[in-house]
Design a protein around this ligand. Structure first.
Ligand code: BGC
Length: 563
């Protein structure tokens, strides 16, 4: 549909007028979704730890080859030239990227697990598989590369399942007015996991025994156990119960999430909304994989393509070049302590995700994705220009490079990092949600794998490698620019809508019209919400919060009309 005139948006929120929920009443829902974010720690830690593991001397001794002279094509870290143990490019690529291969299949397996066993039991299965993978990696004897790789694959399967089920579970349990912030909490947990990995690597890396790489790997058991125990106390997703034809269980779960009882109008109205939407969705198909690609008037195909490409572009921002190869890359550019760089970039990643969580609701998903991509484009471009023109001896320029990389990481962390997960968690109708979301997550891991595998070949020097070194940032600048174009043309503004309203929005407007339609839909709502931070009642509007007085007036009018 061309841009230009915005058609009047006809969608309205269904259900009776219900009393506003106070922020306190939604505490259980927020707590549940926030705990689920813990899965992000597993994800972040597991992906982050490998960069330090492959840089540890003991690991190189146990899994690398001894080179009596400098072979610059072997490993970026043998710089300045010296003899020593090193991992060749192929081994390094394999150890880093094989996890993503496991996660790819794990993400796909997440859909049947979440649909058949439920979101919670699906996650429990992930914990078992993950622990098996960790045990294999910890127990592998030196030079048993194959076994280590199998361990990485199993851990990857576990992380993959987690990464497709957690955002789904969170989106299905969080109140809509704070859903974006809550799902961003998952991304925040990913960044915390990455930071913990950097810190643990940094503190074990000086050891002269196998603890230098076995400890960082074994730490992951702790995360899995915490997650697994916590899952026993979480309620199942009410939307999964509805899908399974268990409305009374769904009502119980909704009542728990809303701190109320099953007969509360809030529960009944939400249950009715979920059921009505599912019934409508089922008239479009049975919710099969084929349905994800159906070009119907609810735009299933369009949504699936948006989600899968959103995740692909998130990886194409080049973020994991920093997190996977940052340590070794900055070692090669002459930084005195590359581990310190790794810790700094990770702290930036954690801290700047927080404003992203707030902006997710206030600014909206669409604008955040467009402006975030342009910011990253600018940073990457300057890094590329500076990196290719300044000499490695120019300390000022080297420091500026690190600062710019941190600004780039901040741009990612506050926009594309969380937004990719938030958007994918909420754009799919219930009937196909698990399957479509798992396809999106699988796309994230596929690109993650491809980029992780190809990057050393692009960056390293030597026969059969492109030797781009710092010039690789020109590629990331280009892809970030494409990210902005993609967001402008493809992302629909879903902030503040219930998952059922998102459905209506998709079927009625184009991405470029969606900001306005979203505001209209929220303004036309009959029910009232509370401000996420002050607890004050407000009408959910993107650009203006209606004052408490106005709301009171509105409530009185509604009550009179009802009477
Ligand atoms: C991405 C990961 C990345 C992480 C960095 C996530 O959203 O999917 O690939 O390592 O953010 O914080």
């Amino acid at each position: 549909m061309p841009g230009g005139a915005v058609p009047a948006f006809t969608g309205t929120s269904s259900g009776p007028v219900i009393k506003p929920k106070s922020a306190r009443e939604t505490v259980p829902a927020i707590a549940v979704a926030a705990f689920a974010a813990f899965g992000g720690i597993l994800f972040g830690y597991d992906t982050g730890t490998i960069s330090g593991v492959i840089a540890a001397d003991e690991f190189r001794k146990d899994f690398g080859t001894y080179y009596p002279y400098n072979r610059p094509d072997n490993d970026l870290t043998i710089n300045p030239p010296k003899a020593g143990y090193a991992l060749d490019t192929a081994t390094k690529s394999l150890f880093v990227s094989i996890l993503s291969a496991g996660t790819f299949f794990g993400a796909l397996a997440g859909a049947p697990l979440a649909d058949i066993l439920g979101r919670r039991w699906g996650l429990q299965v992930a914990m078992v598989v993950f622990c098996l993978g960790v045990a294999l990696q910890v127990g592998t004897a030196p030079h048993q590369d194959a076994l280590f790789v199998v361990g990485r694959v199993f851990a990857g399967l576990g992380v993959g399942i987690v990464s497709s089920i957690v955002p789904m579970y969170q989106s299905e349990t969080a109140p809509r007015w704070i859903r974006g912030a809550v799902v961003s909490g998952y991304q925040w947990a990913i960044t915390i996991g990455l930071l913990i990995a950097a810190i643990v690597n940094n503190s074990t890396n000086g050891r002269s025994d196998t603890g230098s790489y076995r400890i960082p790997i074994a730490v992951q058991f702790a995360f899995a156990i915490i997650m697994s125990v916590g899952l026993f106390f979480l309620p199942e997703s009410p939307r999964w119960y509805v899908k399974k034809g268990k409305p009374e269980m769904a009502a119980k779960s909704l009542a728990f999430l809303n701190s109320t009882d099953v007969d509360d109008p809030v529960v009944r109205s939400e249950l009715a909304d979920i059921q009505t939407n599912l019934d409508t969705e089922l008239t479009y198909g049975t919710g099969s994989y084929r349905d994800c690609f159906r070009n119907n008037d609810r735009k299933y195909l369009y949504r699936t393509l948006t989600g899968t490409w959103l995740q692909a572009w998130q990886q194409l921002t080049g973020i994991n070049f920093i997190f996977y190869y940052g340590t070794t890359f900055f070692q090669s550019t002459g930084q005195s302590d590359p581990f310190v760089f790794t810790v700094i970039s990770n702290v930036v990643n954690v801290v700047t995700t927080v404003p992203g969580m707030f902006m997710m609701e206030r600014v909206g998903r669409r604008k955040l994705l467009i402006w975030g991509a342009l910011w990253m484009f600018l940073c990457e471009l300057i890094v590329a220009i500076l990196g290719t023109t300044a000499s490695t001896g120019n300390h000022g320029a080297q420091k500026a490079l690190v600062a710019l990389v941190c600004l780039y990481v901040a741009g990612f962390a506050s926009t594309w990092g969380p937004a990719a997960w938030v958007v994918c968690g909420e754009i799919f109708p219930l009937a196909i949600r698990a399957k479509a979301l798992s396809l999106c997550t699988a796309s994230n891991w596929l690109w993650n794998f491809g980029i992780g595998y190809a990057t050393p070949y692009l960056v390293d020097t030597g026969a059969g490698k492109a030797g781009l070194q710092t010039k690789v940032f020109f590629i990331w600048a280009g892809t970030c620019f494409c990210c902005a174009i993609f967001a402008y043309f493809c992302i629909v503004e879903t902030a503040g809508l219930s998952l059922e309203e998102v459905d209506e929005l998709y079927s009625q407007v184009t991405p470029r019209q969606s900001g306005r339609a979203n505001r209209e839909l929220r303004a036309n709502r009959s029910d009232l919400e509370t401000n996420a931070f002050t607890g004050a009642p407000v009408l959910m509007k993107e650009d203006e919060e209606v004052s408490a007085d106005y709301v009171k007036e509105d409530m009185v009018k509604t009550a009179q009309a009802d009477a």
